[in-house]
Write a protein that binds this ligand. Structure first.
Ligand code: ADP
Ligand code: ADP
Ligand code: ZN
Length: 215
């Protein structure tokens, strides 16, 4: 099963992708994570992407399409992938169709995780992750059981993203509405789109996603 989780910044795509991965053994492909790794490594792609990401704008289609095309050649993707944060433009969606076609694969579902804008600023500005294992947390919505200790690995260091501030989120939300929202009619037209209410609590969203994927 190849699935796209489509939704705004802070919508819960990464959170849900990790939970589905654990349950179904699919691989999460987050272009945001891949780009952050490129920035951290100082690669050519990273150097091109850094300032654009910090400004809350979209990296060029060419860069992210190249990253995904290459990543899909890794055999760990054969049992199914969850695209998280990709595609983000109609050009990326069209390129993905071609790439999957060429590799003899197809998209099975596109799920819009719908969350109203007014919830997203708090979701994003309260977000942090475990530095050791990448587990995701939130200042109020999803705290570790023991203060300052990661539930998954016991790590005690946490990270916040440079672009997770109120000013940049507003820009990322505009980019979402202008450049990514047109993907909804694109996939609706292909009969692939389902919508989930992402304003519900984390476990409820997972439950609905699992029910939907089982169908
Ligand atoms: P995305 O990958 O779509 O940008 P994340 O999965 O990183 O979003 O979620 C953003 C933040 O909101 C995280 O801190 C996460 O813990 C929290 N979060 C995710 N889903 C929910 C939810 N359904 N209700 C409340 N908070 C959530
Ligand atoms: P979020 O889900 O919180 O918006 P991501 O981690 O998906 O964050 O993306 C962070 C940043 O990385 C984006 O603001 C953008 O600059 C860049 N990026 C990630 N995926 C793409 C993509 N598919 N196309 C263009 N830029 C992307
Ligand atoms: Zn951890």
């Amino acid at each position: 099963m190849n699935l796209i989780l489509l939704g705004p910044p802070g919508g819960g795509k990464g959170t849900q992708a990790k939970r589905l991965m654990d349950k179904f053994g699919m691989v999460q492909l987050s272009t945001g994570d891949m780009l952050r790794a490129a920035v951290a490594s100082g690669s050519e792609v990273g150097l091109k992407a850094k300032a654009v990401m910090e400004a809350g704008q979209l990296v060029t289609d060419e860069i992210v399409i190249g990253i995904i095309d290459q990543r899909l050649d890794n055999p760990d993707t054969k049992n199914g992938v969850i695209f998280d944060g990709f595609p983000r433009t109609v050009a990326q969606a069209q390129a993905l169709d071609k790439i999957l076609d060429a590799k003899g694969r197809k998209l099975d579902r596109v799920v819009e995780v719908r969350v109203p804008d007014q919830l997203l600023i708090d979701r994003v500005t309260g977000r942090y992750t475990c530095a050791k294992c990448g587990a995701g947390y939130h200042d109020t919505n999803q705290k570790p059981k023991k203060d300052g200790v990661c539930d998954s690995c016991g790590g005690t260091e946490f990270l916040r993203r440079a672009d997770d501030n109120a000013e940049t989120v507003t820009k990322r939300l505009s980019a979402y509405h202008e450049q990514t929202a047109p993907l909804l009619p694109y996939y609706e037209g292909k009969g692939l789109l389902k919508v989930i209410d992402g304003a519900q609590d984390i476990a409820k969203v997972t439950e609905e996603l699992i029910a939907l994927l089982g169908k």
